[in-house]
Design a protein around this ligand. Structure first.
Ligand SMILES: NC(=O)c1ccc[n+]([C@@H]2O[C@H](COP(=O)([O-])OP(=O)(O)OC[C@H]3O[C@@H](n4cnc5c(N)ncnc54)[C@H](OP(=O)(O)O)[C@@H]3O)[C@@H](O)[C@H]2O)c1
Length: 444
């Protein structure tokens, strides 16, 4: 809602009535008075668009509200606001463009769309005198977009550290606390409705990276493409590493980091060891947590449900109320700054400086540990601790000449990613080192 703000009812059309769409429709239909009080005018759900009219939605809709014809929303002159909740890039992009061109404001929860086409869509909205609100696109129910855009506006933000993918965090929690292997934890996440049938964007780090890029644009005015920073998911982690990390006094989290250091932007999304007791180490299940450092406010934390029907609907409906009452305008000019600031250069990955957790599966032979530590030493990497559990008993009666494999777990002092990569290449050449070779940074 922009120029037409007033007491006229706001007609709303939802495109996509899946998990989030059904939650949004439920709030609008169950709380019309609350909507009117908060928006300053009636908010009327007119149509909800789906692909399959026969599917059960778990919600009772007034007769005639459900349609499979998107034009009934996009061509409806009484619809002033379109809520895009189908996900993906196409046809979501086309629907949002058509809505804006037809003079409608847009609310979306679609991080992939905002990551890929946010700039162009915001420019189009500006041209049309309309707005796009996307609070739910990052951390669902946690009000982080509004906080960065409005509540923290006095600050130059200097750092963001966050657990931004609820599905990955749930899987890590199940592996770490209940000892579930990775595949079983993924299956449980699917059964609970947290992970999609194809959870690859969650577990390979892409979803968290999309959200980090959006936050980075808002906080630092710099748009960083996905291929410009390290993006590693939890899909290669093994239960053993979570257990060794625990033994060493750490938890493993899929940590997204963007911070300014010496005028350069340090950015990465990786499974990271976090000291037990640190606030970021205690975030469990589908919860998200975001730590923001600002030059005026200091450090602030945000936590809450980072996925799920009700939490995501909460953020979408808040955007809808802001748009209906004209408040989205307050947040919206910030987006234009994306194009006006000098981009902050990204620190090359090889220059990242941190401590590392390493695990090498080695054949239990004399000198193996010395061979590995010698390579690390020659690369200038100093070792903080080494842990090696006893090899399993060998069955002397067996004919097999298989040698036992033992995990060699090493914690390093601070070094660079470049040194670590060089060392890893050399260690990979050792005849007695087996796959997988695991390397995770340690936070702090
Ligand atoms: N789920 C969460 O916890 C969560 C959290 C934050 C953000 N989001 C974002 O919210 C958006 C929606 O997610 P979701 O989990 O609600 O997805 P979903 O359960 O898969 O629902 C998608 C809905 O869109 C409809 N749809 C898909 N393509 C369509 C088309 N071409 N025309 C008309 N309708 C179409 C589907 O119709 P049918 O039902 O007929 O197939 C379905 O109702 C995504 O962008 C997602 O990233 C979700």
């Amino acid at each position: 809602m922009t120029e037409s703000a007033g007491t006229e009812p706001l007609g709303v059309g939802i495109i996509g009535l899946g998990t989030v769409g059904s939650g949004v429709a439920r709030v609008l239909l169950e709380h019309p008075e609350r909507m009117q009080r908060r928006a300053g005018r009636p908010v009327v759900l007119r149509k909800a668009v789906v692909r399959d009219l026969s599917r059960s939605r778990g919600i009772e809709l007034p007769a005639g509200m459900l349609t499979d014809q998107v034009d009934e929303v996009l061509n409806d002159p009484e619809t002033g606001l379109v809520v895009e909740l189908i996900g993906g890039l196409s046809p979501a992009r086309e629907f949002v463009e058509r809505a804006l061109k037809a003079g409608k404001d847009v609310v979306t929860a679609n991080k992939a769309l905002i990551y890929e086409h946010g700039d162009a869509l915001c420019a189009l909205a500006r041209e049309q005198g309309k707005t796009i609100a996307f609070e739910a696109a990052v951390a669902a129910g946690v009000p982080i977009i509004g906080s960065v855009g409005q509540a923290l506006a006095a600050n130059q933000i200097t750092g963001i550290e966050a657990v931004l993918n609820g599905t990955s965090n749930f899987i890590l929690t199940e592996m770490s606390h209940n000892g579930l292997p990775y595949d079983a934890a993924v299956q449980l996440a699917q059964e609970r409705g947290y992970a999609e049938a194809d959870p690859s964007m969650d577990v390979d780090g892409t979803d968290a990276a999309h959200k980090l890029v959006i936050l980075t644009q808002l906080a630092f005015g710099t748009r960083v493409p996905l291929d410009a920073f390290i993006r590693q998911g939890i899909d290669t982690l093994e239960l053993a590493d979570l257990q060794y990390a625990r033994e060493l006094g750490y938890r493993v989290k899929l940590l997204a980091v963007a911070r300014i250091r010496n005028g350069l932007l340090e950015m990465h999304v990786e499974p990271t060891l976090i000291r037990r007791g640190h606030p970021m180490s205690t975030i469990e299940d589908v919860y998200n947590r975001i730590q923001i450092d600002g030059d005026v406010v200091g450090r602030v934390w945000f936590s809450g449900m980072g996925a799920g029907q009700a939490a995501t609907a909460s953020a979408v409906v808040a955007d809808l109320i802001d748009t209906a009452s004209g408040r989205t305008r307050l947040n919206f000019p910030l987006l234009d700054l994306w194009h006006q600031r000098e981009p902050v250069p990204v620190l090359p990955a090889d220059e990242l400086s941190r401590r590392y957790y390493l695990r090498y599966n080695v054949i239990d032979r004399p000198h193996m540990m010395a061979d590995v530590t010698d390579i690390l030493g020659r690369q200038g990497i100093s070792i903080a601790s080494v842990m090696q559990h006893e090899a399993p008993e060998i069955d002397c009666t067996s004919d097999s000449d298989e040698e036992p494999i033992v995990p060699l777990v090493i914690m390093t002092h601070r070094t660079t990613e470049g040194q670590m990569r060089s060392a890893d290449r050399e260690i990979a050449q050792l005849q007695a080192v087996r796959m997988p070779r695991v390397r995770m940074p340690v936070d702090g």
